[in-house]
Ligand binder design. Sequence first.
Ligand code: ATR
Length: 281
Amino acid sequence: MKITGKTSVYGIFGFPVKHSLSPLMQTAAFQHCGIDAVYVPFEVSPEALKDGIKGIKALNVKGINVTVPHKEKVCELVDYLSEDAEFLGATNTVKNENGVLTGYNTDAEGFLRSLLEEGTNVEGKKVVMFGAGGAARAVGYALLKGGAKVLHLINRNFQRAKEVGELLSKRGNVLVYPLKENTAESLVEDADIVVNTTSVGMKEGDPKLFDYSVIKGETVVVDIIYNPPLTPLLKAAKEKGCKVVNGLGMLVHQGAIAFEIWTGKKAPVDVMRKVLEEALY
Ligand code: ATR
């Protein structure tokens, strides 16, 4: 591609940002659609975040993604927030329209789309979710927005579970539990959908979240981890005959929705997924 005086600039703010796959994914999408734009990583420290956001306006950067550790703080620095970003207190996408910045959160919708794409509708379903971090907020919110009948939220740190449960219960039926032997197993046995939002399963040697042998074949099992593509949880579920979904779809769709917010065009989801698969696996 040719970079000219007319080329638009997009990017991602993170600290660190080197590991981010968004430049690869968004650049592929722009190129595929023939959009005259570049997408670059910006390593922005927490101390520099305020100036960085001002810089978007100053430099007429058209849009940014926001990743760890800036998602919460950015909410205070933009002019407007979407309903999802406001509810979650987290922004992962900013659009600059003539110097007016709006913060969006595409993680929640991205998660729902990744399930729908696999033929899983959460409406009326009994869901068990592990975790109470930032990812759990977005995923739990998405599940309730999608119409889950009940969300059983399990976390090792019970205080955090209670805090996230309190927030999410504004949107639906949420029950919280500490991560204890037998509690998790009996809830999982009775669930339609099980979702892991914790980091357990990312590294070899990680403990098991619960006794995976209790998973029934009719249960849909979701892990938002995408590397490895099959965590021990998903492996065990697959062996039981379950439908399993990893986190790659969520990564692709949160990016696809950001692309659509910025460009008004339908995102080339398959192209975006392909470059990620090539880079990761
Ligand atoms: P993110 O923003 O990606 O959600 P996070 O806020 O660091 O990341 O949350 C990590 C989640 O993984 C938490 O729910 C954490 O449980 P605690 O709140 O009890 O810390 C969970 N987690 C990490 N390691 C874990 C382990 N070994 N066993 C159980 N849960 C674990």
